[in-house]
Each structure stands twice: as structure tokens, then as C-alpha cells.
Ligand binder design. Structure first.
Ligand SMILES: Nc1ncnc2c1ncn2[C@@H]1O[C@H](COP(=O)(O)OP(=O)(O)O)[C@@H](O)[C@H]1O
Ligand SMILES: [Mg+2]
Length: 239
């Protein structure tokens, strides 16, 4: 049975798609990985795609094609994916369909990653019910805490067994604001079961520079502090 990770936050630009890609790319070297995109912005799909996909998650959700027909090999080793679609916007989907999609493919993969949009809609809530792990990247900003509290409560109202890992991202070590938010975060997580803070990830522009060349930092040869922390996070989450 595949281990299901949902990457979700209530804000855009926190690093969801980036962290998902790095974790999936590292896993793909030794494991069978499936990525699924629920974000209509299709950032993940655009990076993973080899050729223009014929079918998307939209077609699978409205049962026009089978799940297996929509699965495509990605440009990265060991990673298959189900393409995202702009048509999900405003689509009234039978969200239980998402559950059966995962049921159909769970025996064929070791890890399944689901990339979510920043707005938590019924499809995302349906994904939560299937999660073994919810990864929530967050920048250490003033309003981060209230967003995260709300997300934890939403996840836990749908799934009490999922582990939630908050990942401080783009952290600048010397910033007083970062440290203050971190202290509040440490205090906040004590009030919840199954919630912990993962490895802090520093900011490094190399992550996006390499991606623009179709490369993943976590698999790159070069020395970089963010790369080391991404590996540390991977080991923490998946061993
Ligand atoms: N640790 C990091 N250091 C520097 N830039 C980062 C880091 N993590 C993400 N980014 C950049 O931040 C932007 C938003 O990240 P993205 O993964 O698209 O966020 P989301 O999926 O949450 O909207 C992207 O340009 C990405 O390259
Ligand atoms: Mg994204």
C-alpha cells in the first residue's frame, strides 16, 4: 500500500509544489512514486510533463477515462503523475471519486504525493481523508500562525490519524521575525496531537534556478545548505 502525502497550505507561494517535487524526486531514485495535482495553476504538471497530456485529473474525476489511462511518466526517474487541469475550477465533482482513484493505484506505488491549491475546497478535504501525512510548508511571517491553526483543525476534522508536519520554509537564520514566529509555533504545536515541526529549510534561489534547467536540487551534485536540509527532511518523513 502506498504511503499518501498531501502537501497543503492555506497560502500560495509557501513552497508546496517545490517541496513536493524535491521529496518525490529523491524518492523516485529508489521507489515507485505517483504525483497527483489538484491545483488549477498546474505548476507541478508543467514541470513533470514530458509531452502535452491527453487526459487529466478532470477526466478521471468525471469518469470519462480510467485512472490508469490518465497516468503519465514524468521527466524524472521513478515518478509517474496524473496531470492537473484548469477545468477543475468551479467543477462540481463527486469528491468520493478521489478516494476511489487512490484505492485503484495504491498497490502499484510506494509513495503517492498530492499537490493542493491554496484554497481548501471540497476536493482538498477529500484528499485529507486519505492522508497518512500532511506536509505544510510555511514562511515564518506574522500571519502564518493563524493560517496554520486553521489548516490543522480542518485536517483533523477530516482525518484524526494523519500526521501533520509543518515545514518552516525560506528561513533566514538571522531574522528576528523568523525566530519570534518559530517560538510561537513551538508553543502552538504543543496543543495538538499528531502535529510536529519538520526540518527548517533555508532560502536559496538555486532551487528555482536548477528547476528552470529541469533539475532537482536534492539530486544535484553541488554543495548547498538547502539541499542538505531537504535530504534531512526526506529522512525525517520517509526514512
Ligand atoms: N527554500 C526556498 N528558497 C528559495 N526559494 C524557494 C524556496 N522554496 C520555494 N521557493 C520559491 O518560492 C516560489 C513559490 O514556491 P511554490 O513551490 O511554487 O509555492 P506553492 O506551491 O506553495 O504556491 C517559487 O518560485 C519557488 O522556487
Ligand atoms: Mg504550487
Amino acid at each position: 500500500m502506498a504511503y499518501v502525502s498531501i502537501v497543503s497550505s492555506e497560502k500560495g507561494g509557501q513552497g508546496k509544489s517545490s517541496i513536493l517535487l524535491q521529496m518525490a524526486g529523491y524518492a523516485g531514485k529508489t521507489k515507485k512514486v505517483l504525483c497527483l495535482e489538484l491545483d488549477i495553476q498546474k505548476n507541478l504538471t508543467l514541470i513533470l510533463q514530458n509531452t502535452e497530456p491527453r487526459y487529466t485529473i478532470y477526466d478521471v474525476l468525471n469518469s470519462s477515462v480510467s485512472t490508469k489511462e490518465a497516468i503519465m511518466p514524468s521527466v524524472f526517474k521513478g515518478i509517474d503523475y496524473i496531470p492537473g487541469s484548469r477545468k477543475l475550477k468551479g467543477m462540481n465533482v463527486d469528491t468520493t471519486r478521489l478516494t476511489s482513484i487512490l484505492d485503484e493505484v495504491q498497490s502499484e506505488y510506494d509513495l503517492i504525493f498530492i499537490d493542493c491549491p491554496a484554497n481548501i475546497n471540497s476536493l482538498v478535504e477529500s484528499a485529507y481523508t486519505m492522508a497518512d501525512l500532511v506536509i505544510t510548508p510555511m514562511e515564518m511571517e506574522l500571519f502564518a500562525l493563524s493560517n496554520v491553526t486553521e489548516l490543522i483543525e480542518t485536517v483533523q476534522s477530516h482525518n484524526s490519524r494523519a500526521e501533520i508536519v509543518l515545514v518552516p520554509n525560506k528561513v533566514g537564520g538571522r531574522s528576528k521575525l523568523n525566530r519570534t514566529v518559530r517560538e510561537h509555533l513551538d508553543e502552538m504545536v504543543k496543543h495538538y496531537d499528531n502535529v510536529k515541526i519538520g526540518t527548517e529549510l533555508p532560502s536559496s534561489i538555486i532551487i528555482s534556478n536548477l528547476l528552470s534547467e529541469g533539475k532537482l536540487l536534492i539530486n544535484a551534485m553541488r554543495f548547498n545548505p538547502l539541499k542538505d536540509k531537504l535530504k534531512e527532511l526526506y529522512k525525517e518523513l520517509y526514512k
